[in-house]
Design a protein around this ligand. Sequence first.
Ligand code: ZN
Ligand code: ZN
Length: 248
Amino acid sequence: MRVKKLIGGTARAFLDFILPPCCLSCSARLASPNALCADCWRSLKFITGHKCSSCGYPFDFSLSSEQRSFRVCASCASRSRQFDRAVSALEYNESSKPLILAFKHGDRIDYARLFVGFLRRAGEELIGQADIIAPVPLHKARLRSRRYNQSALLCRELGEPSKIILDLLVRIKNTPPQAGNYRNRNRNLSGAFVLNSKYKRVVQGKNILLIDDVFTTGATAEKTAAILKKYGATSVSILTIARVVTPS
Ligand SMILES: [Zn+2]
Ligand SMILES: [Zn+2]
């Protein structure tokens, strides 16, 4: 499918004939590329309802009206957050997980356009308010083995070139992938990120939006926001494709 990007016009129409566009998830035939079929679309759980105004945790609609009046979840109420807002498009579940893992580890970089559509819908306000948009970085060893940073691909695909700084943050510690609870992750990520020294004066007074694939415990958002706040960022928010939803 990636071959199609290199060719246009008549050749593309011919390729569409011999390689018709397929659902990115189940390979069912579709009219247009980079999309999902109706069944796969329905299986995704978009976070569109009442949610924590800080970390984006979706509240249960079975809650009483009194409970639903809470603006933040129990987890955010129990600790002060370094980031201002976290917003995710989807719940990370059995439907979204295979898509995200294929994008992250399986060279399916053609998923970026689909995911950016999700990010734009969920994070329209954050994208509009941001002065700087940056990816959560990978450690150079992981970047070498994976060959690309999926968060940087999402930033590029967002189409906000004047706001994007791909090397704003640098990951100097190679941490194990998303394992453990908040406390373990927080400990593992201690000292993992630094601000690229050439941007030390750039972040002051800026609203910064970080892009990542999955919000798991919030430890990455906390650590990266703390660094940017230390150098004077006015606000730091994080926008992710999906969010792990566990009882808070
Ligand atoms: Zn499908
Ligand atoms: Zn919360």
